[in-house]
Design a protein around this ligand. Structure first.
Ligand code: DGL
Length: 274
């Protein structure tokens, strides 16, 4: 028995466009919901920010948006933020908060050579959360870690139409390429990386890449399905919204591209104004 007879509003948040890889998986599973995609481009990249800064910043943004919109579920579509902010967010907001963390467990289940790689931001690689995930789920595997700040920028640029420089990628990934055993399964531990999966596959032609998009979509479905009729039409027919903390030329160009994600309306988030 579903309790609520309304269309749920799903907030998906990231520092940049990376969270769109998660949004896309959720949207494909549940196209009838009302979506807000919010990104903190004023402070991008999150990978070089301190934990204290991120907890404060992400809490302020989610708090600001939830003052203006009734949020039914929030997805922190950013590994860098999720690996540090979830306990604090969950203690402050009453709606469910789903985080994205590196898919170490599924990677360990499919690796053949027992060597997995984790590609993520430097911050995610250094987090205790990540160390604990590896200790808990990867006991019988070798886990190679590579924290890179450049990859998220490369993905952002690709979405703006800039061709990815394969030689640059090759240089960045060189630490793994020169090792005797190369990971056969690579965890994309940053939501930006699915956007450059094709190019990463050129560098590691035999590897399987794993991201968390579909697992998060299933989690969101299960949580919402307890309360809402997810097959119903979007009764309120509200427009899906994209929001950012900075409006610039980059965002102006981006908003056209976002119509393919059915994010049709743009709104500036001014977290400094109540
Ligand atoms: N998309 C974010 C993640 O999943 C990171 C990008 C950034 O450094 O802001 O970790």
């Amino acid at each position: 028995m579903k309790i609520k007879n309304t269309t749920p509003t799903v907030l998906v948040f990231d520092s940049g466009i990376g969270g769109l890889s998660v949004y896309d998986a959720i949207y494909k599973k549940m196209p009838n919901l009302h979506y807000i995609y919010a990104f903190d481009n004023e402070m991008f990249p999150y990978g070089d920010k301190s934990s204290e800064f991120l907890i404060d910043r992400v809490t302020s943004i989610i708090g600001h948006i939830s003052k203006h919109y009734l949020i039914d579920i929030a997805v922190i579509a950013c590994n860098t933020a999720s690996t540090i902010c979830l306990p604090s967010l969950r203690s402050q907001f009453s709606f469910p908060i789903v985080g994205v963390v590196p898919a170490i467990k599924p990677a360990c289940q499919i690796t053949q050579n027992k060597c997995i790689g984790l590609l993520a931001t430097k911050a995610t690689i250094e987090r205790a959360y990540t160390t604990n995930l590896i200790q808990e789920f990867a006991t019988d595997c070798t886990v190679k870690l590579l924290g890179l700040s450049e990859l998220a920028f490369i993905a952002e640029n690709k979405l703006q139409g800039v061709t990815v420089d394969i030689n640059q990628l090759q240089t960045l990934l060189a630490p793994w390429l020169s090792e005797p055993v190369i990971p056969d399964t690579i965890v994309l531990g940053c939501t930006h990386y699915p956007f450059i999966k094709e190019e990463l596959q050129i560098i590691f032609p035999n590897a399987t890449f794993i991201d968390s998009g579909n697992a998060i979509a299933t989690r969101v479905y299960n949580l919402l399905n307890e309360q809402f009729d997810l097959n119903a039409e979007n009764k309120s027919a509200k427009e899906n919204i994209v929001m950012s903390t900075n409006y610039n030329q980059y965002v102006e160009k981006l908003t056209d591209k976002l119509t393919k994600y059915k994010l049709n309306k743009y709104q500036y988030i001014n977290i400094y104004r109540v």
